[in-house]
Design a protein around this ligand. Structure first.
Ligand code: ASP
Length: 365
């Protein structure tokens, strides 16, 4: 790994002194990038019918297109990720919103979070049972409450005060998820044995103003008990966005993602690895001189895609070393959009202003 050199240290000092408005964004063509996931796991061709595969690909493409359209038209990263996650929450193929896994008691407890990379505003909800779209509630927590995370009944009360759509618990029911719970109980299997694929959904975006956002939504893991909360609603574990480094959304065995602090850890490694050019330091210093008291100015360095991939892979290797599995999607200020997963497959997609547009399922795609 590269050591910290003097220019980098100076850049960090400046970043701490002032902070955000990408000082170098003005030098580039406006570009955007976007990535989504619908869960990672032991997703193998032999377990999937051609029809099911086509349906998953179509669902992923719909979500990818919804977010990409917003970004291509100059919209906000936050709106793009919300649009994609909303579609996947309403799609019973994924373990989020409708189609969420069952708790041990046979109900559904949903978790979600959202983060705005401009100022690191964030909102999260855990263990909600009657909110149709938890990602909307997470966003309301971010924008309309003084808090970052609300749980259980209090979160439901806040949701109804905010006029969000409430649904009975049965709205989230699906036969396949019920069967997974029954199989787990009958054969004393673990959630990893029955879930096969995790199915959490997430999205990350860089918009044409250089702003980034991340969001994640899940039903958690089959048979969870005692108010268990996974990584998805935990800022820094399942979700993180910071204009200075990256936006990340994760899926996988949540306990391990919490212990590694996966999303924040990837962003930190990228922030520490950036190469900052002298002219960027000079531009940022000028911006600091012009800044109002509450302005945030930062220096955005450049990182080649293979270094970003390396950072994501090395954090996922730590998850693996502890015994966990799953995957992440990442976008960076340079417009890279990539995945890293240590499972057989991950439902995923990415699109950029440079013409990338793909959805994929298996590890060898
Ligand atoms: N990460 C989620 C959790 O542990 C599960 C998933 O990704 O599907 O709750």
């Amino acid at each position: 790994m590269r050591g910290i050199h003097a220019r980098f240290a100076a850049a960090i000092a400046l970043a701490i002194a002032a902070f955000s408005t990408p000082a170098q964004a003005e030098n580039h063509e406006p570009r955007w990038s976007f990535a989504i996931h619908g869960g990672a796991g032991t997703i193998a061709r032999e377990n999937m019918s051609a029809e099911a595969e086509a349906e998953y690909r179509a669902s992923l493409q719909r979500a990818l297109d919804a977010g990409s359209k917003i970004l291509a038209e100059g919209g906000n990263a936050i709106d793009a990720i919300e649009a994609a996650i909303l579609l996947m929450e309403d799609d019973s193929r994924f373990n989020a919103g409708r189609g969420a896994v069952y708790t041990w008691e046979g109900g559904h407890e949903l978790d979600a979070s959202i983060m705005d990379g401009r100022n690191r505003d964030a909102g999260a909800v855990a263990g909600v049972t009657n909110i149709r779209n938890p990602i909307l509630l997470a966003r309301k927590v971010m924008t309309d409450s003084p808090h970052v995370m609300l749980a259980g009944q209090g979160a439901e009360t806040f949701a109804s005060e905010q006029g969000l759509e409430m649904v009975p618990g049965e709205y989230f029911d699906t036969d396949s998820r019920r069967e997974a719970l029954e199989r787990m109980k009958a054969r004393q299997l673990s959630a990893i044995d029955v879930d096969i694929k995790f199915g959490t959904v997430g999205a990350v975006a860089l918009d044409t103003n250089g702003n980034m956002a991340a969001g994640t939504s899940t039903g958690g893991m089959t048979g969870k008990r005692w108010g268990r909360i996974g990584d998805a609603p935990i800022i820094g574990a399942g979700t993180y966005a910071d204009n200075r480094s990256c936006a990340v959304s994760a899926t996988g065995w949540g306990e391990y993602f919490i212990r590694v602090g996966v999303a924040h850890e990837i962003c930190t490694r990228l922030r520490m690895a950036q190469k900052v050019e002298d002219e960027d330091v000079a531009a940022a210093m000028e911006a600091v001189a012009r800044a109002e008291e509450r302005d945030v100015i930062y220096i955005s360095g450049q990182l080649p895609e293979d270094e970003v991939q390396w950072a994501a892979d090395s954090v996922m290797a730590e998850v693996k070393a502890l015994g966990g599995d799953g995957g992440v999607i990442v976008v960076t200020p340079d417009g890279h959009a990539l995945y890293s997963f240590n499972t057989a497959g991950m439902y995923r997609g990415r699109a950029t202003s440079e013409g990338v547009n793909e959805v994929a399922i298996y590890g060898d795609e």
